[in-house]
Every structure is written in C-alpha cells, then in structure tokens.
Design a protein around this ligand. Sequence first.
Ligand code: ADP
Length: 277
Amino acid sequence: MSDCSSCPSNGSCSKSASQCGIQNNPLNKIKNVIGVMSGKGGVGKSTISVMLAKQLKSKGLKVGVMDADITGPSVCRLLNLAKGTRAYGDGNSIFPVESPDGIKVISLNLMLEDENQPVIWRGSLLSSCVTQFWNEVLWGELDYLIIDMPPGTGDVTLTIMQSIPLNGVVMVSVPQDMVSMIVSKSINMAKAMNIKILGIIENMSYTLCPHCGEKIKLYANDPVESFIKDNQTTLLGELPSTASLCAISDDGTDKIEESIKAEFENITNKITQSINN
Ligand code: ADP
C-alpha cells in the first residue's frame, strides 16, 4: 500500500492511499519531482536535466538525479563521476552515488560491471528498473529530484508517469522538431496522464557569434511561437548550440558563457515558480 506521508503530492492529490498505485519509500522525503522529456533522443534532454540539477544545487538545495534513460544513459558522464564509480545496495535499499558537486545520482550504468555493455532488456524489465529507482533507492531528504526520462512516448515513459508522483514535466526540443508531430506527441501524452507541463526549452535554437556575441538563429523559420500557442504551453527559454554546453562532462559549468548562465537561471526560476502555482 502507498504511504502518502512520504509522497511529494501529499496534500495536493485527490486519491486515497488505496486508490493510488504509487509505492513510496517511507525513508525518503522528496519535496518535488520534475521529469525532463523529449520527443526523440539527442536534443539535449540529459544535458538540461543535469544543468537544472546543478542550478538548483547552487541555490543550496538538496538535489538528486534519476537516470531513467536506461538504454541511453549519460547522466554519470555529465555529472563528472569518476570512471568505475559504482552504486551499492544492502538487500533492502540501493544507495545513490554523490557527484563532486554534491548531487545524488542513480543510473543503471552505476550497477553494470562494464558500462560499455548495452542493456538488452524488454520493456517490462526496463519499467521495473525505474520503479525500483523510485521506491528502493535511499534518496533521503531532497528538495528536488530530476528525472532524465527516456526519449519519446514508450513503455518506460508511461511507467514513470503512472508510478512516480511527478509535479510536472519540462519538455526539451530543438527547433526543427516542432514542425513535426514529435514534440506534440510527448506533450499530449503528459496531458492525457494529467501531468502538468511546466513548459518547453528550445535547445540549440541559435548560435553565438564568437566575435560580437550576436545571436544567430539556425533555422530561418523557427516555429517556436506558433508551436507554443497551438499546444497551449509556455516557452521557458532558448539555449544556443555552443561548445561550452557540449563540454560540461569535461569542464563542468565554469566555461559556460555568462549570458547562457543567466538564461538558465531564468529558466530554473520559471520552472520552480510553475511548480508552486
Ligand atoms: P539527449 O539526452 O536528448 O539524448 P544529450 O543531452 O545527451 O541529449 O545531448 C546530445 C549531444 O548534444 C551531447 O553530445 C551533448 O553534449 C550535446 N548538446 C546538448 N545540448 C547542447 C547545446 N546546447 N549545444 C551544443 N551541444 C549540445
């Protein structure tokens, strides 16, 4: 049976414990859970999950990242975990690893003997892995848990939406995907599951001139405004395609341009405000 007292949705949920299929771990006290979604892979979802975690951590908050992109995990690398770092369990709980900047993280990559080996599992096994990441990992006290979700609208995404009490999801997209149905499908999935869409981040939206810092749009007919209107959502911000964001796994965030840091702080503030509204 679910334990409502340790659920992030306690107080704002209309279901009774017996109606709810979510298994919470009574040893955890997680205040907010944010899912980061994308219509397809390679658009910067993991990069943005980690940037969001780092930004919240820099405010002195307690933050964790769950790498639920089981078959394409990149969170450990992006959080600069030393090669060979492993997570352990004691038969009752799985203990997350802590990144050099104090972010708790769990990823299947931390449990594989050789991280280069693929995870050749059927959907049901992948799904039970993410539910274990929710109810068997000893996250302890967290202000925010960021979930790097698998791309698209498949089995594991559905499991996360059904078995983890998400406060909302952030959608990550690149300009050209907004003209196709790729991002709309993800948005409509979240809507169908009654999960709040906190907004969209348009990644790789422009590039910065190395000489004058001018923003150069990469797509002449960027559809972001009409997309936002058609899908009744909000634009949280636009991020450039830049070497510094590409290199956070090696350099951390030190080399990120000040204008991008400011934009990301703005995005993070909008996300936290949207959760509380
Ligand atoms: P996803 O989680 O959507 O698969 P990743 O965050 O793993 O995407 O990013 C895919 C690749 O794109 C990575 O090599 C990453 O470093 C790079 N990348 C992500 N965002 C940016 C950006 N704004 N500018 C440049 N490279 C980026």
